[in-house]
Design a protein around this ligand. Sequence first.
Ligand SMILES: [Zn+2]
Length: 76
Amino acid sequence: MKYLLILLFLINIPAPSSTNLVSDGYVWICTGKAAYSYHNNRNCSGLNRCKASIKKVTLEKALSMKRTACDICYKN
Ligand SMILES: [Zn+2]
């Protein structure tokens, strides 16, 4: 009987909630000197203006570089 209760308890463990708000924790940045924002979309028109290279970094890294969210791809 005790074993059955343990089994029921194990089955009732909730599935990990899936949050799609942050894609995978990565953002795109332009490495140019004048660039000041990070993007959630590699094809953002803000990134198209980038004359330096485009890098994929973690959001944490982008924030540590004093980047702010891009007005174009984060406006919704
Ligand atoms: Zn953008």
